[in-house]
Design a protein around this ligand. Sequence first.
Ligand code: OTU
Length: 639
Amino acid sequence: MTGGGNSNSGAAGADSQARFAARLAAGRAQSLGALRDLYGRRSDFAAIAERVFAEIESCHRRRPAVLRELDNRRQRQPDWFEQPGLIGYTCYVDRFAGSFNQVVDRIPYLKSLGVSYLHLLSVLKARPGDSDGGFAIEDYRQTNPQLGSIDELEQLAAALRAEGISLCVDFVYNHTAREHAWARRAMAGERRYRDYYFVFDSETQKRHYEPWLQQVFPVSAPGNFTFEQSLDAWVWTTFYPFQWDLNYQNPQVFVEMLKNLLYLANRGVEVFRMDAAAFSWKRAGTDCLNQPETHALLRALRALVGIAAPSVVLKVEAIVGAAQATMYFGAADCRGREGHIAYHNALMASLWRSLAQENAAKTLYLLRDLPRNPPGTAWVNYLRCHDDIGWGALLDERGANWSSDEAELQRVVDFYDGLGEGGESYARGRRFQTQAGHQVHGTNGTLASLAGLERALQAGDPGAVDLAVARITLLHSVIFSQSGVPLINMGDEVGLLNDYGQADRLGGDGRWLHRPVWHRPENPLHRRAGDRILAALQAMLAARGANPVFHARAEVQFIELAQTAVLAAARRYGGQTVLTLANFSAQSCRIDLQSVPPGGAWRSATDLLGAVAVDGDTVALAGYGRAWLQLQQATDYPE
Ligand code: OTU
């Protein structure tokens, strides 16, 4: 291992040992509690627990000195990922820069945006050929050779850290590739490795589960099981047939995956994106999502990582309804003990629904009615990622006032397919995994194409380009003014459009439509639009980063205005009060600020974005306009 220094020598080593011992003493009961929820009924539980603690001790022993220092720093500032200045960016290494080494060259660009957290996709060694965009891992301790070696990844992590940027990579822990050594050994007849997966000899076993399961890729990978000739059995494959679900009921799997995670943490990964987190535990007769053990598994990992490598953050990727998603921060007496951060998938989908409907009401209800985050947790707020916009999270969530029925969402899906009610819409997206009888699933397309830029450029219509730029800026203004980590999706900051060539070339999976190679647009109209988007995002992020009011722990009040197109929230923190406004309609409007607590005080407020001026007790918002109005003085703010 490079760059670590001798982590065990002298006084520093003794000090570090003492800190580890203190963390172990403090975190042991919690770790054991979570492990017991997973394996407590087994007669060999004591041995399993002993094994786990031995592993974290050995991980800590090997932890490089610089990372131990980072651990200490982060322990002194445990809210570091709740700070307004934490700004994320997500990209494929090859599509953004080329290789790990070339990402280093792009650090100045990232810094110009204020980025301090970089999520790199497709980093670990995936199976050859189709790998679901890198989500079928063959070896968790090697990297994709086209991008560079694991040592180069470690050097990249260090280079990023030196610039104040935390590296995040995917931890694809629900499944491995069929080519992973464990799967190979299972296929070679080793019983021990067969038990790492769900291998069913008979159709009957499969039927204990199958009727209750949903499908993630109903068109390109129908079903949840794949018949494997070499095993003469069915293998559980939630995603593609080459992605074999791991069996965490087998404690061996837990231990091995924990070791993999800690290995990568010791290589300098600071944030793990816990891929497909909702699926990790199976229970017959259920949909096998969000099971109690699914949560216990994450709780165990958090507690153990907190002892061995406490600067590490777990980011939960659970693409489920909002009420279920909040549970990944920990529920009941475990609040705050599970994921540190989690994707706000329902908000993401709801923002797109609001844009299509030119109505922010349901987004407001969603934000207003969700429980407040427990301390030490935060949402990850995003607009687009490498996946589709999954509409499932908005579908009739136990009658919540933020949910939609199929018919309503169908109109949203049609809208993003380019079909408006009166004819064509401005969007250029494509529905994903949609089959007859089940119309609402997902939508693909880049943010810019969905927001109208592609169509405007095709028409060569500068007015339509302006509107598209305004929509793109508006959506970003919302995620930049929320509590939690804003995450920019590569290319959205310069208005990159759908990549039809790639989508057609790679066929089967429509998500390739919105995974373009990063470039500066050539068409002058496009380029100017991209420059404007970039400048607007930079200005908003600078305003966010400099103002304590955007801390994740701010007091937030969501405000129902007469104008349902406008999403309004008042935030208070660190002696500052800011009212954020976002108009989801193309129509301009005038907002009566006297109706917003604390009433008349807004008269003297100024817009942090410099876009609007308060006029007496009102403020005018342009179509798709936004404002962050800051009170001049700290005011007593009614609850
Ligand atoms: C995640 O996604 C990844 O983000 C996808 O790229 C992978 O295909 C998948 O896991 C398998 O590793 O299950 O809990 O577009 O939203 O597959 C979330 C569909 C997931 C994705 C869904 C998702």
